[in-house]
Ligand binder design. Structure first.
Ligand SMILES: NC(=O)c1ccc[n+]([C@@H]2O[C@H](COP(=O)([O-])OP(=O)(O)OC[C@H]3O[C@@H](n4cnc5c(N)ncnc54)[C@H](O)[C@@H]3O)[C@@H](O)[C@H]2O)c1
Length: 315
């Protein structure tokens, strides 16, 4: 067995910039829509009362990938990240493992990248003001990717004021209240999803919402009334209807498949996106393995180009 390179968190983040992550994730959605990349359903392994593990496989461009990752909401109180795991990349023709990566960094980049992509695709044309609600690990990378994708002004909001202020200073944005973040043109929610942060009263013409925190059963960042009042988009119906922001509305019989468009369909030109400048749009981002494959592939290219160094392990 040859040595397998390993990219730790810092190396993954050095290998793939927010702009490169957005390009890679855009390509992944289009390739998956065309049927060139394949992705079996995500599998959940609950670990009550702490959280759950997820197994996320995908294949494309001669590469096979598995992400094995957790979501343990109480972890920060133990000085551990909410999300911990590993990404394995294999050669899809020989099955050889060719790269291992820190899954937290891959997840943060691909989660931020799709938030920026969906915000640019679904917010009214020319939008420059972003709001980010929840400034933890994935909220911070969401803000960085939005800043790299033309959102030059923004408000970040988090009860942990110090992390919100540090993030705002890094980006040249400002820290503010929940209401101030919700007043921006493209709003991304990246909280643990324990209580809704968006209600129907917060909706106004032209608003675009990207909901990222509700990525598993029982989580929600918007009330069902707010969700059902929006034009709806998702990354994948199977995940969004069972473990995403749309789930409660689907289970209540208020939202059917025909009301929800896939981001890949919009990017491929099969769906027009928002119906007009005054529409209120909501994108449910549950997180797809094709996004992880996109980032892992971009990191592999950076490694092969000598842009980053890897640790080596012999299996
Ligand atoms: N959709 C996806 O692809 C995807 C990917 C990764 C993580 N997630 C989910 O996103 C959520 C956040 O993940 P993380 O790793 O960033 O967690 P984290 O613990 O690092 O950050 C969560 C942040 O939300 C803040 N917060 C809590 N309640 C809030 C409120 N009412 N208003 C504003 N901020 C609030 C917390 O103070 C914290 O800073 C989790 O539910 C996780 O499972 C989704």
């Amino acid at each position: 067995m040859p040595d397998v390179p390993v990219l730790d968190r810092a190396a993954v983040l050095a290998a793939v910039s927010p702009a490169a992550a957005i390009r890679a994730v855009t390509d992944a959605f289009v390739r998956h829509r065309r049927g060139e990349w394949v992705m079996p359903p995500k599998s959940y392994l609950p670990s009550p009362p702490y959280g759950d593990f997820r197994a996320m496989p995908a294949r494309g461009d001669g590469l096979a990938m598995l992400k094995w990752i957790s979501s343990f909401p109480q972890n920060p109180s133990r000085d551990l990240p909410t999300v911990i795991g590993v990404v394995l990349l294999n050669d899809a023709t020989t099955s050889e493992p060719i790269l291992m990566l820190d899954a937290g960094a891959v997840t943060a980049l691909r989660t931020g990248a799709v938030a920026a992509l969906a915000s640019r695709t679904l917010a009214p044309a020319g939008a420059t003001r972003a709001g980010v609600i929840g400034c933890g690990v994935n909220g911070a990378w969401t803000a960085r990717c939005l800043a790299a994708h033309g959102f030059t002004d923004g408000v970040v909001s988090d009860p942990r004021e110090r992390i919100a202020e540090a993030l705002a200073e890094e980006l040249g944005w400002r820290a503010g209240t929940l209401a101030e973040a919700l007043a921006q043109e493209a709003v991304c929610c990246v909280t643990p999803g324990a209580t809704p942060v968006v209600t129907a009263a917060d909706l106004r013409p032209g608003l675009h919402l990207t909901m990222l925190g509700a990525d598993g059963p029982g989580k929600a960042e918007a009330t069902v009334e707010a969700v059902t009042a929006c034009e709806l988009f998702c990354d994948e119906w199977a995940q969004a209807s069972h473990g995403g922001e749309l789930t409660a509305a689907v289970e209540a019989g208020l939202v059917e498949r025909s009301r929800v468009a896939d981001l890949g369909a919009v990017l491929s030109g099969e769906h027009p996106g928002r119906s007009g400048a005054d529409a209120v749009t909501l994108f449910d981002s549950t997180g797809l393995a094709i996004q992880d494959l996109a980032i892992a592939r971009a990191a592999l290219e950076a490694l092969r180009a000598g842009a980053v160094e890897a640790q080596q392990v012999q299996l």
